[in-house]
Design a protein around this ligand. Structure first.
Ligand code: HPA
Length: 272
């Protein structure tokens, strides 16, 4: 469990660099880190300089906190995130969400690349996460609870905030962007799923599968931050098409959704 003093130390570091007080946080998934470059008057803080942050080496991520403004809102963006499959503990994966809370973040947008399990969906679609299924048998809240940070037994009946979700739906409609809605299943990775595992995941009720988001969303809920999750479906999940999955294909598809994603997220932030 995160320590109050550690969070304070990392907050003090950030606040020694900028006076901007962010109220909205965003975690940027693979290939979409460029959203952070659209923030105005931004400061860039490498994770390696922030006390108690882990060091990340994931491909396609640049590993810095970017704090600036867009649509009249002060935003802190994570350009690059920590994944469980990299070997980080879930405390390390989710520490940045505690920092966001300490900095004043009230609303969080979590984004990710994921595979489409629902065969009505297509690569290139955006999906608003309505709920999740944790398939990993791990949970970032395991361990002694720090009562400064949240409750021991967390209600998770609405991890992805309904009122905020309806704003995202309205924005997508206004922008003529197709926005799917569905359940995200968290798979540890780093291996993708087998065809049999995808059949299992579909049977369990998930529409998409990926290797992130759920730990951060759970900690955000614990911290009292209202969250939405926006996925971009980069591929049909394994076994749906008769072809292997590749990370290159995923990054390529992420590149193609960039324009719609940037539009949707930018307008959403201005209405949050
Ligand atoms: N499975 C798991 N994670 C992913 C996928 C997938 O098919 N695509 C992008 N991230």
């Amino acid at each position: 469990m995160h320590k109050t003093a550690d969070i304070l130390e990392s907050k003090n570091h950030v606040e020694s660099i900028t006076n901007i007080k962010p109220t909205i946080g965003i975690i940027l998934g693979s290939g979409l880190g460029s959203f952070a470059d659209t923030l105005e008057g931004a400061v860039h803080i490498p994770y390696s300089n922030i006390p108690h942050f882990a060091k990340s080496e994931a491909v396609g991520h640049s590993n810095e906190l970017v704090i600036g403004s867009i649509g009249g809102k002060n935003v802190v963006a994570m350009k690059g995130r920590f994944h469980y499959y990299e070997g980080f503990t879930l405390d390390q994966v989710t520490f940045p969400v505690r920092l966001m809370k300490a900095l004043g973040v009230e609303k969080l947008i979590i984004t990710n690349a994921c595979g489409a399990v629902n065969t009505d969906f297509s690569p290139g679609d955006l999906m608003l996460i309505t709920d999740h299924i944790n398939l990993t048998a791990n949970n970032p809240l395991i361990g002694p609870n720090n009562p400064d940070l949240g409750v021991r037994f967390l209600d998770v009946s609405e991890v992805y905030n309904k009122a905020l979700r309806s704003i995202v739906i309205d924005v997508a409609k206004a922008q003529n962007i197709t926005l799917r809605q569905g359940v995200y299943a968290w798979w540890t990775g780093p291996a993708y799923e087998t065809p049999a595992e995808i059949r299992m995941i579909r049977t369990l009720g998930a529409d998409a599968v990926g290797m992130s988001t759920v730990p951060e969303a759970l900690i955000a809920r614990h911290a009292g931050i209202d969250t939405v999750g926006i996925s971009y479906l980069t591929n049909m999940a394994c076994g749906i098409l008769d072809q292997p999955l590749s990370h290159e294909e995923i990054i390529e598809t992420a590149e193609k959704v960039k324009t719609a994603f940037l539009k949707l997220v930018t307008e959403t932030i201005s209405r949050f």
